[in-house]
Ligand binder design. Structure first.
Ligand SMILES: [Fe+2]
Length: 412
């Protein structure tokens, strides 16, 4: 059983005898002698040092946890954890054993020359590495003969779904062995790191699941409406590029692209003979067609993850002057993402062949859009789109494009 570091005695001081005396002592024997006072004072000082030592370690654990909590990528989290762990343990060298390979971790300030190589470390410590990997506890080896008496500390660090790594911290034989405080601090840091990496894995999984759901929805629309084949994907990519031109932050760009991909999902609820009618829609058909933003909103609303995109789906046919549908709102009352999707949607419609007309050229379409800016479309967003198209930097693949390129599908 591990001792509590707060109570690890560092001084072999003789404590005064405590307990009932066998016979009433003389009055002079009830007081401590000066030697016993000195021993107590020395013990108190040692305990105080131990307490400070623990406090410092605790502060470091908290600082590492706070830093790691600000990071989002697996590589950044792991790199920060390993570097900080090496510093906290005052290690001379740090190694990471994973997937049958042992690599030295750069600690920056450490003199590398005297430390053993990764292969030598792995050969000397293989049984301990496997014990740490399986046992999930930090192990301290006070004197590793195969490494010239090096002091070693080993702890497990899982990384996503792949094989768990084992961290090995080394101090030279002339240094103090890792003590119980080091073990507890390393356990705290590694446990927190494992938790953080696991959360990142879950977020990635959720992100991919959401992306695959979108993929299914977009495919469903494409299968039903000849016009929308690839239309959603083009609008997604161009909306992202237009958002970049407008200076939107990365997170908002992703929201925008995903909103653009879903904007016509409500067409699932429109009969195919209306969607693919070669001629002009009659008033009843047009009224039904105008319901697709509301239908799309209703389809997506139950999915919590889709909440950020609902407004863009609902309002992507609202015009700048309030003459659009479904609610006839105008100007900046229309959410930004919806205004961007609206502008990009018009451009893609104009530059696509329809059953009743040929596609306009890009320049023809841009001219028509510039003419209608301020009435049909938001003038600032129209200007951003015009710049993007004319600069030729429009079709940069976002998340969805990458998913398509990788051949993923909902069944995989
Ligand atoms: Fe639409």
């Amino acid at each position: 059983m591990r001792s509590n570091p707060l109570f690890v005695p560092r001084v072999d001081a003789a404590l005064p005898a405590i307990g009932p005396p066998t016979s009433p002592p003389p009055a002079t024997d009830t007081a401590f002698s000066s030697a016993q006072f000195a021993a107590l004072a020395e013990l108190n000082q040692a305990l105080e040092c131990e307490l400070l030592h623990c406090q410092e370690k605790l502060n470091l654990v908290c600082a590492i946890s706070a830093r790691v909590a600000t990071l989002r990528s697996v590589d950044d989290i792991e790199s920060a954890l390993l570097g900080d762990l090496g510093t906290m343990l005052d290690a001379d060298a740090l190694f990471l054993d994973r997937s049958g390979c042992c690599l030295r971790v750069s600690l920056g300030t450490t003199a590398a020359g005297s430390a053993p190589g990764a292969a030598q470390v792995r050969a000397a410590l293989a049984p301990y590495v496997e014990a740490a990997r399986v046992g999930r506890r930090v192990i301290a080896v006070p004197d590793c003969g195969a490494l010239g008496g090096a002091r070693v500390l080993l702890g497990r660090l899982p990384r996503l779904e792949s094989e768990a790594g084992v961290v090995l911290a080394l101090r030279g034989s002339t240094r103090a062995p890792f003590d119980a405080t080091d073990v507890l601090a390393a356990e705290a840091v590694l446990a927190y790191g494992a938790e953080t990496l696991s959360n990142v894995a879950m977020q990635r999984h959720l992100h991919r699941t959401t992306l695959e759901t979108v993929y299914v929805l977009v495919n469903a629309i494409d299968a039903k409406d000849n016009y929308t084949s690839d239309h959603s994907e083009r609008v997604g990519a161009l909306a992202r590029a237009t958002g970049q031109r407008l200076g939107l932050p990365q997170e908002q760009l992703q929201t925008l692209e995903w909103a653009a991909l879903r904007h016509d999902v409500g067409k699932i609820g429109i009969p195919e003979h209306i969607l693919n009618k070669p001629g002009k829609l009659d008033p009843d058909e047009w009224e039904l067609m105008q319901r697709h933003p509301v239908i799309g909103h209703e389809i997506l609303k139950p999915v919590t993850n889709f909440e950020p995109f609902l407004n863009a789906v609902l309002y992507h046919h609202e015009n700048h002057d309030g003459s659009g549908y479904p609610e006839g709102i105008a100007g900046h009352d229309v959410p930004l993402e919806a205004r961007i999707v609206h502008v990009v949607d018009i451009f893609d419609a104009l530059t696509t062949d329809r059953p009743y007309r040929r596609a306009f050229s890009r320049e023809q379409a841009l001219g028509m859009m510039e003419r209608d800016a301020g009435t049909v479309s938001d003038p600032d967003i129209t200007a951003a789109l015009v710049h993007v198209v004319r600069s030729g930097a429009l079709f940069t693949a976002g998340d969805f494009g990458h998913l398509r390129a990788n051949g993923a599908n909902a069944g995989s």
